[in-house]
Design a protein. Structure first.
Length: 109
C-alpha cells in the first residue's frame, strides 16, 4: 500500500518502512497534472533488501523521479529501478539551474 503524501508501508510486514511524498505539478492549470516523486526514504535497516525497489515500483503510476546532483546513491537507485520497470523506455535530463537529474516516463497506455 502506498499513501500519497504520507507513509509508505508494505502490508506484508505491517511496519512502517519509510515514506513517500508526491507533488502534483501544474495542478492549477492542467486537468491531468504531472505527479512527481519528491521525496522517498526507506529506513536504514530495511535498505539493500529489495524493499525500496518493490516500494518504488508500487508507486509508479504517472510519476517522475528527480535527484540532487550530489546524491549519487539516489541517482543510481532511481536509474536502476526505472530502467527495470520501463525496460529502458524513459528519458533523463539534467536541470543545471536546479542541479538535479530528472527521469521521466509514463505508465499510461
Amino acid at each position: 500500500m502506498v499513501t500519497v503524501g504520507g507513509t509508505l508501508s508494505l502490508l506484508k510486514w505491517k511496519v512502517q518502512l519509510g515514506f513517500l511524498v508526491v507533488l502534483f505539478e501544474n495542478m492549477d492549470i492542467d486537468p491531468d497534472p504531472t505527479h512527481v516523486i519528491y521525496d522517498f526514504m526507506i529506513l536504514q535497516k530495511y535498505r539493500r533488501a529489495g524493499v525500496g525497489r518493490k516500494a518504488a515500483i508500487m508507486a509508479f503510476n504517472m510519476y517522475k523521479a528527480s535527484q540532487m546532483e550530489e546524491n549519487i546513491t539516489a541517482i543510481s537507485f532511481w536509474r536502476s529501478v526505472i530502467n527495470e520497470f520501463k525496460e529502458g523506455n524513459y528519458t533523463e535530463r539534467y536541470r543545471e539551474e536546479r542541479k538535479k537529474y530528472i527521469q521521466e516516463f509514463t505508465t499510461k497506455i
